[in-house]
Ligand binder design. Structure first.
Ligand SMILES: NC(=O)c1ccc[n+]([C@@H]2O[C@H](COP(=O)([O-])OP(=O)(O)OC[C@H]3O[C@@H](n4cnc5c(N)ncnc54)[C@H](O)[C@@H]3O)[C@@H](O)[C@H]2O)c1
Length: 492
């Protein structure tokens, strides 16, 4: 299977646009193909809409963004892509025909994935050339923020294709969930539809409005579901005896039964109730406004889950570890001038970093300098494995000077100079620049290396000290920054 540098998209609607935004963000070039040439403007707009939220997902160093090209020639796209993701309408004959056509123009080593919400891969691969490379890669909207992708093989799919797809999806920050056996609706849509059918019944029977049913999820189960699924949550519901007790206690209810399996008839009355209910919930907000709100909280939730290393937070954490390691490799291939301060972090100023004066708020400076420290530490071997051995540098003093205004959407980068280092101490000097080179802030910091269990200072690992010492020696020729060693005082 080929290494994926270029993703080919077949169909550039809601889902194609989401795939494009995610892939470009993580450095993959995209060739987007759609039968409607006017979709070029649409997909460019969709990518621009996704960007603010994506930019906030992680501050780990990203590779240069991929580039987007658009074509209405599906065969030309197929001939150039390393991996093809199909996102055309959910009609089996249409998908079969287009997949068969594209398979005749894509080299046999190119995996072809379908975003289908529920069609089985064995049906999709029926008329294809080299059907063993057809998989279902079912994503979730918004594809650029939700990591889940269900991976399903058909009768003729090869294991190698599934593995190659899992590698590619992981590379662009996703969580591939291997579905053991193809079934209509895969796993997640089957679960979602069960809930959806009950919602339609409850609205149809006049028991609840769409708003009340959404409340029944978002104030309760929805909060739990982000970190633990239904099964794990029910295991906890059984008390000390866990799932066994839970089944003994609530199992009999399953026979009552509470739920209705058949979907209700979609009558005009039911459709009106659903539409009126959801437009009342929107309270005048447009779809775009609601999407922005959804994107903001999806980013924030993933960042919280990362602290607990569960669910989507684990995926984000693993992605960041790889991004830092890739940045180190890129740096080794194109080394910087070792005599200059290290350029460790580049970031746009995010909207939530701005205070009431329209400037970046104070503590965000510390965060950006902290990201630079984190990147330096990773470069010299202070990472999760290092800290797992019960040792870490602790910050003992920081002195920030604010020199120029930083506003929303400015691009920033930080350079770091090592002023001094010994086995237990490290003194750093950072400069925060705006993209135009203006020096916006500086920070001087002292760290003490600590044995975490005793809370006492302790020598750092010899190889880490050697790396820091080599950087310091290379920085020895730099002038001492005028802000270094400054104290706060008022001239009289
Ligand atoms: N919308 C969702 O929430 C969602 C989620 C997961 C998966 N999916 C699946 O993704 C697929 C696409 O869904 P969508 O919501 O993006 O649909 P969409 O209608 O927004 O986009 C479909 C695009 O395919 C294009 N198209 C139609 N025929 C084509 C052809 N022959 N060749 C190339 N392009 C063609 C259309 O011009 C359109 O731009 C479906 O299979 C759907 O089940 C959708």
């Amino acid at each position: 299977m080929r290494q994926v540098r270029t993703l080919g998209l077949l169909g550039t609607g809601v889902i194609g646009g989401g795939w494009a935004a995610r892939a470009l963000h993580f450095g993959i070039d995209v060739i987007a193909a759609d039968v409607k040439p006017e979709m070029e403007g649409w997909i460019r707009g969709a990518i621009a809409n996704a960007e603010p939220a994506l930019a906030r997902l992680t501050s780990a160093p990203l590779p240069p963004k991929g580039t987007l090209t658009f074509t209405a020639d599906l065969n030309a796209m197929a001939a150039q892509a390393d991996f093809i993701q199909e996102n055309i309408p959910e009609q089996i004959e249409l998908k079969q025909r287009v997949l068969a056509q594209v398979s005749r123009h894509a080299p046999a080593a190119v995996v072809i994935a379908s975003s289908t919400s529920g069609i089985m891969p064995s049906d999709l691969q029926r008329d294809m050339l080299s059907p063993e490379r057809l998989i279902v890669g079912h994503p979730f909207n918004p594809v650029y923020l939700l990591p889940l992708v269900e991976l399903v093989g058909g009768n003729r799919t090869s294991e190698a294709s599934l593995e190659a797809a899992a590698r590619f999806y992981t590379y662009i920050g996703m969580h591939p969930l291997r579905v053991r056996r193809e079934i209509p609706g895969h796993l997640t849509d089957r679960l979602q539809e069960a809930l959806w059918r009950e919602i339609l019944h409850l609205v149809n029977d006049g028991v609840a409005t769409t708003g009340e049913l959404d409340e029944s999820i978002i104030y309760g189960p929805g909060l739990r579901w982000a970190g633990m699924g239904t099964n794990q949550i029910y295991h906890l519901a059984g008390g000390e005896a866990g799932m066994r007790h839970m089944l003994a206690q609530f199992g009999p209810c399953l026979k009552w039964p509470w739920t209705k399996l058949e979907a209700p008839e979609l009558t005009d009355r039911l459709i009106d109730r659903m539409v009126e209910g959801t437009s009342a919930q929107a309270a005048g907000r447009s779809i775009r406004e609601l999407e922005r709100l959804r994107d903001e909280y999806l980013v924030a939730i993933q960042q919280v889950l990362r602290q607990f290393d569960i669910g989507a937070g684990s995926t984000l954490r693993a992605l960041e570890i790889r991004l830092y390691s890739d940045a180190t490799t890129r740096q080794a291939i194109r080394p910087e001038d070792p005599r200059q301060p290290l350029r460790l972090v580049a970031t746009p100023v995010r909207p939530d970093w701005i205070d009431y004066n329209g400037h970046m708020t104070d503590y965000r400076y510390l965060q950006v300098f902290g990201d630079a420290v984190d990147a330096l530490f990773r470069r010299v071997g202070i990472d999760e494995q290092y800290r797992a051995k019960g040792r870490a540098p602790y910050t003992v003093e920081t002195h920030v000077t604010y020199l120029a205004e930083v506003r929303q959407a400015d691009s920033l980068y930080v350079t770091t100079q090592i002023l001094a280092v010994d086995a237990k101490r490290l003194q750093l000097f950072h400069r925060l620049h705006r993209a135009d080179g203006t020096l916006a802030a500086t920070a001087e910091q002292m760290f003490v290396h600590v044995d975490v269990a005793s809370g006492k200072s302790s020598p750092m690992a010899a190889e880490t000290l050697a790396k820091l010492e080599a950087i310091r020696a290379a920085h020895a020729g730099l002038p001492r920054p005028p802000e270094a060693g400054r104290a706060i005082g008022m001239r009289r």
